[in-house]
Design a protein around this ligand. Structure first.
Ligand code: GDP
Ligand code: IMO
Ligand code: MG
Length: 427
């Protein structure tokens, strides 16, 4: 299950709901740049690194090898879960092959984000630089973190390299290397009991007939390869990432579910063809409460982009789509939907590979009539107003993907699962 747009599609809510039918929930990429919101009654939880499945008693949660882990962020998330009465010990497993975010990574990110005209608008969590070190084969992994002696050697080498860069670019104060070394050794000791080879754990679970749900973070348009490069995150947010990020082969994964808003949002910089800078966008932001779960930044808002969804459906091979936040559109008398793009006066079906190409796209809209009737909290498809059904059917037809479920509010129960859909059969 993964994001079909630019993130924040409502994956947390959907995973929380679906995890009832699974035994294990595994995160496969990203880090604490993710913010997955789950409402249980009037309690709001925002999960960043820990898979949302942890909220269901008895379920196992796995942080796979493709995730980058800031140990301090992980431990404080665990502490706040335990404080909220959610037992984490014995249910959360951390891959020994996941990479560790170190203080220098945040420093390096400040450097790259300060380049004039080149800022990505990142979450400033050190995610990109940690993946850079992973690809550069000089990263430190969880298996190293939990071995105090070898960690010390690796950490001091790493600190030395980064200090050269920091001094060369006159970036902030030198990092207290020995102080942070000790701090990280303490983090390692606390994380150690949760660490294992999670590829073995997951494959054994599958062999025993246990059901595993893979939880994507970010969204396909933020995928390092397939998104709006360079305005992307540094990991494989698409379906392919589920295999590389967990060590579970594609042949063992039986379905791919996309999550999409009934409109679209984006946080940070980069092209966004259907962005609405006017009152429509403002109204979506206000009603949809579109402010980042991690950074609090206002999300850029716009209209459902069918060609973009056709593209992400192709990349991921969606079996079914879960459309969230339908209720946010309840008071709009007209709802634009982008049905195609024009590029320099000509229709185009392809997603341009360059930012310039993306920025030059002119969306072609069809205005659909709104339903102007509350849908919030509805749980049966037949109870939806006719125009809301027509809107959803239009999206399914234009994207070529069935809509297997519709979310009508932030809570678990505020969901319609369509009986007989491919989604229903996969669950
Ligand atoms: P994620 O990163 O994909 O998990 O999404 P976020 O949690 O960052 O953002 C989605 C926001 O929409 C959260 O505040 C959710 O509580 C909220 N949400 C999810 N589904 C619905 C829905 O169907 N209706 C409304 N009104 N809010 C929703
Ligand atoms: P969830 O899982 C929305 C965006 C950032 C920035 C770009 C790169 O909650 O959907 P990074 O810190 O990852 O290097 O930033 O990616 N971004 C997200 N946008 N939802 C997210 O996660 C995001 N995680 C990163 O805003 O544009
Ligand atoms: Mg989010």
């Amino acid at each position: 299950m993964l994001g079909a747009q630019w993130g924040d599609e409502g994956k947390g809510k959907v995973v929380d709901l679906l995890s009832e039918r699974f035994d294990v929930v595994a995160r496969y990429q990203g880090g604490h740049n993710a913010g997955h919101t789950v409402w249980i009654g009037d309690r709001r939880m925002v999960l960043k690194l820990v898979p949302s499945g942890i909220l269901r008693a008895g379920k196992l949660a796995v942080i796979g090898n493709g995730v980058v882990i800031d140990p301090q962020a992980l431990l404080s998330e665990i502490d706040s879960l335990e404080l909220a009465g959610i037992a984490v010990q014995g249910r959360l497993f951390v891959s020994n092959r996941a990479h560790v975010i170190l203080p220098f990574h945040r420093l390096m990110e400040r450097l790259s984000e300060a380049r004039p005209g080149r800022a990505i608008g990142t979450t400033s969590r050190g995610i990109g630089p940690c993946y850079e070190d992973k690809a550069g084969r000089c990263g430190i992994r969880i298996a190293d973190l939990i071995e105090p002696e070898s960690f010390r050697t690796l950490y001091l080498e790493h600190a030395q390299d980064k200090e050269v860069l920091r001094a060369a670019f006159q970036l902030g104060e030198p990092i207290d290397v020995l102080g942070t070394l000790q701090q990280y050794q303490e983090f390692g000791a606390r994380i150690a009991p949760m660490v294992c080879d999670t590829a073995v754990l997951l494959n054994e679970a599958i062999q025993k007939g246990r059901r595993v749900l893979f939880e994507g973070a970010q969204g396909t348009m933020l995928d390092l390869d397939h998104g709006t490069y360079p305005f992307v995150t540094s990991s494989s947010a698409g379906a392919g990432g589920a295999s590389t990020g967990t060590g579970v082969a594609p042949t063992r994964i039986h379905g791919v579910l996309g999550v999409s808003k009934a409109y679209i949002t984006r946080v940070g910089g980069g092209p966004f063809p259907t962005e609405d800078h006017g009152p429509g966008g403002e109204k979506l932001r206000t009603i949809g409460n579109e402010f980042g779960a991690v950074t609090g930044r206002p999300r850029r808002c716009g209209w459902f982009d069918a060609p973009l969804l056709r593209y992400t459906a192709m990349i991921n091979g969606f079996d079914s789509l879960i459309v969230t936040k339908l209720d946010v559109l309840d008071t709009f008398s007209e709802i634009p939907v982008c049905t195609g793009y024009r590029l320099r006066g000509k229709e185009t079906a392809e997603m341009p590979a360059t930012v310039e190409g993306m920025a030059a796209l002119e969306p072609v809209y069809e205005n659909l009539p709104g339903w102007c009737t509350p849908t919030a909290g509805l749980t049966h498809y037949d109870d939806l107003p006719a125009r809301a059904k027509a809107y959803l059917e239009y999206l399914a037809e234009r994207t070529g993907v069935e809509i297997g479920a519709i979310s009508t509010g932030p809570e678990r129960s505020e969901t319609i699962i369509r009986p007989g859909s491919r989604l229903d059969k996969l669950l």
